[in-house]
Ligand binder design. Structure first.
Ligand code: NDP
Length: 499
C-alpha cells in the first residue's frame, strides 16, 4: 500500500475494506446485523443535526482581525485596546433572525452581527445586529415577540397578521420596524451593512472610572441594499446568496472591512439625557454623542469546515473582559442569562471548549466533567478551591468596581422615566431627516406591501392601530401608508386629534 495514502477506518480506528455493500445472505439479502460499519455509519448520520438555533438559525461566518487605530485607554483598560496597531483575532457570524436554517438570505429581517474577539484577557463577544435598536426593551417580552416572527401554530405559515398585531400593540417596536421596512431590511450582502453592539455597555479605565459606551461597526464596502422586488427574486434564485457572496469575496482576497467606532456618555450626561440611555429601542444622536474611531476589523479567512466553526459558534453578551462591562440595559441583562443558557442546551455544558469558542489563552478554573469534556478535564489538578496544591490565584487587579444603585426593586414600568412612552420622535427623525426621497418611497411601499398581508376578523383593527403609530412618528408617512392601504386618512387623523 502506498505510504502517502490513508486507510479507511471506523470511528474507533479499525481499518475496513467494504464501504458500500452491506453484508448479506446471498447477493439479494437479507442483511446481517453484524455489519457494524453499516450501523455506525447510519447511527452517526442520524445524529448529524444539532438543535437549530431558535433565532439566528441561518448564518455565515469568517475569521479575521481587529487592528486598533486610535488610543482609547482614557476610557478603557481593556488589553485589546492598550496599543495602537495591536491586532486581535476575531470570528464573526452574520445571520438572519426569524427563518430556519434553510431559509433564504434575502428575507426582510434584521441581520445578526456577532463578533468574538479572542483577547488575552478572555473572549469578548459583541453580539449585535445590523440595526442600532431592537423591537422590545424588556427581555420578558422576547419569547412572545419571537413567536410572532415564526410560524402560525395552526397553518404553520408565517403570518403578517401575528406580526402586525404584536407590533401595533407594542409601539416601542416602531423604530426597529421602520428600519426593517426600509431597504436596510434587505441588505445586498453581509459585507454591505453596518454592525451595532446595540446595547449600551460600560468601559472602565485604569483608575476604575466608568463611562457608558455604544459600539458601531461601519462598513467600508458602503451600504448597499436590495429593493423588495430584487430581494424576492434572489430569494427564489439563490437562497444562499449572502453565504456565497462572503465566501467568494474572501477566497479571492477581497477582504471585507469595518471601522469600529464608539460613542461615549458620562454618568452625569446619562442622568439628564432626554431618553433612557439604556433603552434598546433608542439611539444616542450623533450630533450630541459623536462617533469616533477605535479600529478596523477585517475578515480574511473562511472556516475550513462550516459546521465546526459557524454552526458551533456560541456568542454571549455575558462574555465581557476587564475594562468592558455591562450596563443596566434590561435587554442586555436578560441576554447575559439567556445566551449561555441556549448554548448549554444546544452544545452542552462544555461549549466553550469547542475550538471556535475556546479562549486561546490560559483558562484556569475548577469546572469539571459534563458531556463531551474533551480537553483533559483539568488532569490530576485539584478540582476545588481553596486548596493547598495548585498555584491558581485570584488577581485583585480584576476586581469589579462597585456600581451605584439609586432605586428600589419592582416590576418597573416608570412613565416618569424620560421618554419612556416616546416611541415616535426617533423613528420620525429617521424618516424625515435621514432617509432620502428614494428611501422614503421604498419604505412606504414596503410597509404597504407588508401590511396588506394582514387578514382575518381583526384586520381593520390592527391596521388602524398600526396606522396611528405611523402617523404619530410622521404625518406624511402615516398619510402615505393609509392611502396605500385604502384607509380613510381623515378618520384616523381625527381619532388622533390631529384635525
Ligand atoms: P445622523 O444623521 O447623525 O445619523 C443617521 C444614521 O442613520 C447614520 O448612522 C446612517 O448610517 C443611518 N441611516 C441612514 N439611513 C438609514 C436607514 N434607512 N435605516 C437605518 N439607519 C439609517 O442622525 P442621528 O444620530 O441624530 O440619528 C437620527 C436617526 O438615524 C435616529 O433616530 C435613528 O433612527 C437613525 N440612526 C441613528 C444612529 C445613531 O447611532 N445615532 C445609528 C443608525 C441609525 P450610515 O452612515 O451608515 O448611512
Amino acid at each position: 500500500m502506498n505510504k502517502e495514502k490513508k486507510r479507511l477506518t471506523s470511528a474507533s480506528g479499525s481499518p475496513y475494506y467494504e464501504h458500500e455493500n452491506t453484508q448479506s445472505i446471498g447477493p439479494r439479502g437479507p442483511l446481517l446485523i453484524q455489519d457494524y460499519v453499516f450501523h455506525e455509519k447510519m447511527a452517526h448520520f442520524n445524529r448529524e443535526r444539532i438543535p437549530e438555533r431558535i433565532v439566528h438559525a441561518k448564518g455565515s461566518g469568517a475569521f479575521g482581525k481587529l487592528t486598533v487605530t486610535n488610543d482609547i485607554t482614557k476610557y478603557s483598560k481593556a488589553k485589546i485596546f492598550n496599543k495602537i496597531g495591536k491586532e486581535t483575532k476575531v470570528f464573526v457570524r452574520f445571520s438572519t433572525v426569524g427563518g430556519e436554517k434553510g431559509s433564504s438570505d434575502t428575507e426582510r429581517d434584521p441581520r445578526g452581527f456577532a463578533v468574538k474577539l479572542y483577547t488575552e484577557d478572555g473572549n469578548w463577544d459583541l453580539v449585535g445586529n445590523n440595526t442600532p435598536v431592537f423591537f422590545i426593551k424588556d427581555p420578558k417580552k422576547f419569547d412572545d415577540f419571537i413567536h410572532t416572527q415564526k410560524r402560525d401554530p395552526k397553518t404553520n405559515c408565517k403570518s403578517p397578521t401575528m406580526m402586525w398585531d404584536y407590533w401595533s400593540l407594542n409601539p416601542e417596536s416602531l423604530h426597529q420596524v421602520l428600519i426593517l421596512m426600509s431597504d436596510r431590511g434587505t441588505p445586498f450582502s453581509y459585507r454591505n451593512m453596518n454592525g451595532y453592539g446595540s446595547h449600551t455597555y460600560s468601559m472602565i479605565n485604569a483608575k476604575n472610572e466608568l463611562i457608558w459606551v455604544k459600539f458601531h461597526f461601519k462598513t467600508q464596502q458602503g451600504i448597499k441594499n436590495f429593493d423588495a422586488a430584487l430581494a424576492e427574486e434572489i430569494r427564489g434564485k439563490d437562497p444562499d446568496w449572502a453565504q456565497r457572496d462572503l465566501v467568494q469575496a474572501i477566497e479571492k482576497g477581497d477582504f471585507p472591512k469595518w471601522n469600529l467606532k464608539i460613542q461615549v456618555m458620562t454618568k452625569e450626561q446619562a442622568k439628564t439625557f432626554r431618553w433612557n440611555p439604556f433603552d434598546l429601542t433608542k439611539i444616542w444622536p450623533h450630533k450630541e454623542y459623536p462617533l469616533f474611531d477605535v479600529g478596523v476589523m477585517e475578515l480574511n479567512k473562511v472556516p475550513d469546515n462550516y459546521f465546526a466553526d459557524v454552526e458551533q459558534a456560541a456568542f454571549a453578551p455575558a462574555h465581557v473582559v476587564d475594562g468592558i462591562s455591562y450596563s443596566p440595559d434590561k435587554m442586555l441583562q436578560g441576554r447575559i442569562l439567556s445566551y449561555p443558557d441556549a448554548h448549554r442546551y444546544r452544545l452542552g455544558a462544555n461549549y466553550e471548549q469547542i475550538p471556535v469558542n475556546k479562549c486561546p489563552f490560559a483558562v484556569n478554573n475548577y469546572q469539571r466533567d459534563g458531556y463531551m469534556r474533551v480537553d483533559g478535564n483539568g488532569g490530576s489538578n485539584p478540582n476545588y478551591h481553596p486548596n493547598s496544591f495548585d498555584n491558581i490565584v485570584q488577581d485583585e487587579n480584576y476586581k469589579i468596581p462597585p456600581m451605584e444603585l439609586d432605586s428600589n426593586i419592582a416590576d418597573w414600568y416608570d412613565r416618569n422615566e424620560p421618554g419612556e412612552d416616546d416611541h415616535y420622535t426617533q423613528p420620525g427623525n429617521l424618516f424625515r431627516n435621514v432617509m432620502t426621497e428614494a428611501e422614503k418611497k421604498n419604505t412606504i411601499s414596503n410597509i404597504i406591501g407588508a401590511m396588506k398581508g394582514i387578514e382575518g376578523p381583526k384586520r381593520n383593527e390592527i391596521i388602524n392601530r398600526q396606522l396611528c403609530h405611523w402617523f404619530r412618528a410622521d404625518v406624511g408617512l402615516g398619510e402615505a401608508v393609509a392611502k396605500g392601504l385604502g384607509v380613510d386618512v381623515e378618520a384616523i387623523m381625527s381619532e388622533l386629534g390631529m384635525k
